[in-house]
Design a protein around this ligand. Structure first.
Ligand SMILES: O=C(CO)COP(=O)(O)O
Length: 172
């Protein structure tokens, strides 16, 4: 039987990096064989820790830009492309981030795509110990936004803009 490969995003703010590294090491046996996407600094540190603990294991890590330098946005883009189905993002509740808008955008897209998403260690513990984590029959519900995408399908707004542009021209 084909092994189930979960596509997992890992991100931590600076004050939470130690927490996430510890959590990954604690769960490293469970996480082996899955595919990871990480923001730059978080990913580099986690990979170094994993290699130290398991020198013979090949880890499938995609390391994006550092979060504040576009990495959060890259992660969001992977989510909307369907490349990530779990996001463990340990956020710092005590420090305002300079890239707060990017953090909001990333967490919002996790909601838009209904991926499994958490922002602290206790919830991460619950997710990883859920039987669904390793249940190949479990597939998240992918929201259907087709009606949203079709909201201008009748192109009425185009007709109106063309008409008003014509009127403006005549007035000139
Ligand atoms: O800032 C971050 C997420 O918002 C994390 O980025 P780094 O992993 O590059 O530190």
């Amino acid at each position: 039987m084909e092994k189930l490969v979960r596509k997992i995003g890992l991100v931590a703010h600076d004050a939470m990096k130690k927490d996430l590294i510890e959590w990954v090491l604690w769960n490293s046996e469970l996480l082996m064989g899955h595919k990871f996407y990480c923001t730059g600094t978080t990913g580099t540190l986690i990979l170094a820790a994993l290699k130290e603990k398991h020198p013979d294991v090949e880890w499938d890590f995609t390391i994006l830009k550092s979060g504040p330098l576009g990495g959060d946005q890259q992660m969001g883009s992977r989510i909307v492309d369907g490349e990530i189905d779990y996001l463990f993002f340990f956020t710092d509740p005590m420090t305002l981030q300079p890239h707060d808008t990017d953090v909001k955008a990333l967490t919002r897209l996790a909601g838009v795509e209904n991926i499994v998403f958490c922002c602290n260690r206790s919830t991460a513990d619950h997710i990883i110990s859920s039987p669904l984590f390793l249940d190949p029959a479990y597939e998240r519900t992918v929201p259907d936004y087709s009606n949203y995408a079709k909201r201008f399908e009748n192109k009425q707004v185009v007709a109106e803009a063309v008409e008003s542009a014509k009127r403006r021209k005549k007035k000139k």
